[in-house]
Design a protein around this ligand. Structure first.
Ligand code: DAH
Length: 339
């Protein structure tokens, strides 16, 4: 091999040995053996030699080409093995590493409070009933003794789907649906979503939850209402909870009342929680209005009943001392996990 070819071979070997990737190697192949490559050029230069020297020269260049190709092939196998190893290493799973903790959810304070309320009433023999959230105006208002011109029907408060259909503004509508079935006596609670066209703030939301209660039987009196709701309050807020009934007005009950519980933070001495009064308003209630019974074909001379309506959020906020209702709707797991 002449000096020139030896130089090309040495250079090729040095470059191939230095190639760090299959791409590098390919570049070298193009530069050496490609159509315009160095070795190809040398081969072409053969034309300038006298014919008798050409066979020997040709053999030499072919030898050179072969050696370069072999060197390249060896390097290629080595690099390919490295690539495979790197890939395997990258894909290797260390099964001895600790597993990622799966994010476990948590019951919402409303759910916890509702479970508690249901447990108390089911314990007293009540049935849990559900009713539709999209409700006829009739069931939400008319059948509850709320006539067409009543201020509660103002569009400001009620979401109307059409003139006859609303998003229910109170779970009291379920009272009507249960009475309509015609099975007496009745002892039921009905939890669920209600809707009012309110702006969102710390104490308001256009969608919130109520729990309705209804008892109808012979000889049901206001004393039964008081006894039942006092027991409910003691079970929910603690044995030493006292209750107080204030006269109020609801169209579907007569007489009507609001029930306060003694503040379970200060036990009635007055604190920030109860705004200094020692009492916290908790629900509305009353004896089912005779007209409401009559509209369902129940004889108010034979049957009487009481009803009540509790705001579920109000209970959650009080029970868990949460001071902003919006926290209940954001569903931030860090918040929910505290209860
Ligand atoms: N529906 C009433 C409201 O949304 C709450 C209520 C009060 C329900 C008295 C009753 C009741 O059943 O007797 O404000």
């Amino acid at each position: 091999m002449n000096e020139n070819l030896q130089k090309i071979l040495d250079e090729a070997k040095t470059r191939i040995a230095a190639a760090e990737s299959l791409e590098d190697l390919n570049d070298i192949r193009v530069q050496m053996l490609g159509k315009k490559g160095r070795i190809t050029d040398v081969m072409k230069s053969m034309r300038e030699l006298p014919p008798e020297e050409r066979p020997a020269f040709g053999q030499m260049v072919n030898g050179l080409r072969q050696m370069v190709e072999e060197t390249m092939e060896t390097r290629k196998r080595l690099l390919a093995a490295k690539v495979r190893e790197a890939k395997l290493a990258a894909e290797t799973i260390d099964v001895t590493l600790p597993a990622k903790a799966a994010g476990i959810g948590h019951s919402h304070p409303n759910t916890i409070a509702l479970d508690e309320v249901e447990r108390i009433f089911v314990g007293m023999g009540y049935e849990v009933v559900e009713g539709p959230e999209v409700e006829k105006d009739y069931y939400n208002f008319e059948a509850l003794n709320i006539p067409a011109n009543h201020p509660a029907k103002d569009e400001q408060d009620t979401f109307y789907i059409n003139p006859d259909v609303v998003l229910r503004t109170q779970t009291s509508s379920v009272q009507v649906r249960v009475m309509e079935k015609g099975q007496l006596p009745i002892r039921m609670i009905s939890p669920g979503r209600v809707y009012r066209s309110d702006e969102v703030d710390a104490t308001h939301s256009p969608c919130f939850h109520q729990i309705e209660g209804l008892v109808i039987d012979k000889n049901v009196t206001f004393a039964d209402l008081k006894g039942t709701l006092a027991l409910f309050a003691r079970q929910l807020f603690g044995e030493d909870t006292r209750v107080k009934f204030r006269p109020h007005h609801f169209p579907f009950t007569e007489p009507s009342a609001e029930m306060d519980v003694s503040c379970f933070k200060c036990h009635g001495t007055g604190c920030r929680f109860c705004k200094g009064s020692g009492w916290i308003e908790i629900l509305g209630c009353g004896m089912v209005h005779p007209h409401v019974l009559e509209m369902r074909g129940i004889d108010p001379e034979e049957y009487t009943g009481f009803a009540f309506g509790v705001g579920l959020e109000r209970i959650s906020l009080l029970k868990y001392e949460i001071d902003d209702m919006r926290l209940l709707y954001e569903n931030d797991a860090r918040f929910l996990k505290q209860f």
